[in-house]
Design a protein around this ligand. Structure first.
Ligand SMILES: *[C@@H]1O[C@H](CO)[C@@H](O)[C@H](O)[C@H]1NC(C)=O
Ligand SMILES: *[C@@H]1O[C@H](CO)[C@@H](O)[C@H](O)[C@H]1NC(C)=O
Ligand SMILES: *[C@@H]1O[C@H](CO)[C@@H](O)[C@H](O)[C@H]1NC(C)=O
Ligand SMILES: *[C@@H]1O[C@H](CO)[C@@H](O)[C@H](O)[C@H]1NC(C)=O
Length: 364
């Protein structure tokens, strides 16, 4: 009796194991099949529109790319639209709202472009009430750069709010663009494109473009002190341009699938452990004479989801530009009042009140 039961068990366990293997294999096959369909879909869409210059993506290495990674890749891909800037940036930038000052009537030395989002009106107000006040005393112009998706269901409401905001402040640049974390790379390239178009002709172009975000407190007097320093001019003279910020060296490709910076290395950055040196994203300075080179270069370097890694790292390296370290930037932790006194910019998770606290601290 007992031997018989044993023999039944012995027979059934390989059977069950086989069943599991079959289910497991079919899941993998389904996954690959689904992925291929997506890839083919993207490919046909692209082929219809333009000749492909950059391989959009390789089929990920299933043996090393586990399911969560695969899903993240798809999310990034979907969010970015494509890795090919030719596709992402086609057609040319479509501007919905332009700033009131028009390059010609006011000639800033520095334009500070603050990335923001349509709904972040409170954050913009905070910037306007605080550090942006400084710009009025100098040849510095601060502008907010936002994207607005024409297909969004509440487009008309948001748009009329922005039109009103523009009438009052005149400091918005609104382009047709769908926002998204993994789309920041394309958004920043659009920013360069807009800048090149708006300030046409190298004569009239502001000398510097500072890229920053709406949660960064910029100490404008310190920024100007830095721009006029002998250090900066030496760097300008030696290189013929300026590309400065807080340099991040040897940053590893993030392999922790639970963080938002995770990228499957097989897929995005093959055979490299480290990114090229790049500038911390919340604040960096570019002389305007490198913008066209960078923008043009983006058509030959496949897009990468992180704007700073891409623009100031991969793309910069490709077009052969050097970075200059700018000290006095605190972009990774919250600076205290005294620290900010000597600082050019401080990035943080500032609550709205702390922007005002900083400002009061400076003006009293
Ligand atoms: C896939 O990954 C395995 C294990 O890391 C490696 O041996 C293999 O060469 C990779 N295949 C491709 C096509 O990259
Ligand atoms: C901007 O300047 C140009 C001349 O260069 C002029 O034709 C245009 O009307 C101006 N736009 C605004 C909004 O002032
Ligand atoms: C991955 O990130 C999560 C959340 O940020 C963290 O809790 C976890 O310890 C990390 N895992 C590894 C292996 O670093
Ligand atoms: C960038 O591309 C445009 C259009 O193809 C070209 O006219 C321009 O000379 C290029 N500029 C640089 C700096 O490569």
């Amino acid at each position: 009796m007992s031997t018989k039961r044993n023999s039944v068990l012995n027979l059934s366990s390989p059977f069950f194991a086989l069943k599991h293997v079959i289910v497991f294999l079919s899941l993998i096959i389904l996954n690959v099949w689904f992925y291929r369909i997506l890839v083919d879909f993207h490919k046909t869409q692209e082929d219809d529109r333009t000749e492909r210059h950059v391989t959009m993506l390789d089929i990920p290495n299933i043996t090393t790319t586990l399911a969560p990674c695969l899903l993240r890749d798809l999310e990034i891909l979907e969010s970015m639209g494509s890795r090919d800037a030719r596709l992402m940036l086609s057609p040319p930038v479509q501007v919905l709202l332009s700033p009131r000052t028009n390059g010609t009537d006011f000639k800033p030395l520095i334009v500070i472009m603050i990335t923001s989002m349509a709904e972040s009106i409170l954050q913009r107000q905070e910037v306007r009430r605080t550090w942006m006040q400084w710009t009025k005393r100098f040849r510095v112009q601060a502008l907010f750069f936002l994207g607005l998706d024409e297909d969004a269901p509440n487009f008309q409401d948001i748009y009329s709010d922005l039109v009103h905001e523009q009438q009052v402040y005149g400091d918005l640049v609104v382009i047709k663009f769908q926002e998204g974390y993994y789309r920041l790379t394309a958004k920043t390239l659009r920013m360069l494109e807009w800048f090149l178009q708006f300030y046409k002709g190298t004569e009239d172009r502001p000398k510097f473009l500072v890229k920053t975000d709406h949660d960064v407190f910029v100490n404008v007097p310190n920024l100007l002190r830095h721009m006029y320093s002998s250090e900066t001019w030496t760097s300008m003279r030696q290189n013929g341009y300026y590309f400065g910020g807080h340099i991040i060296k040897k940053a590893g490709v993030n392999l922790n699938a639970t963080t938002k910076w995770f990228v499957s290395p097989d897929y995005w950055y093959p055979a490299r452990k480290f990114y090229p040196h790049f500038l911390s994203g919340p604040f960096y300075i570019m002389s305007s004479n490198i913008l066209e080179k960078l923008f043009n270069g983006s058509f030959t370097v496949p897009l990468y989801p992180f704007e700073d890694v891409y623009l100031t790292g991969m793309l910069r390296q490709k077009v052969n530009l050097k970075l200059t370290q700018v000290d006095n930037l605190q972009l990774l932790s919250v600076p205290n009042m005294e620290e900010l006194r000597n600082m050019i910019a401080g990035h943080s998770i500032f609550s709205l009140t702390s922007f005002q606290q900083y400002w009061v601290h400076f003006t009293h």
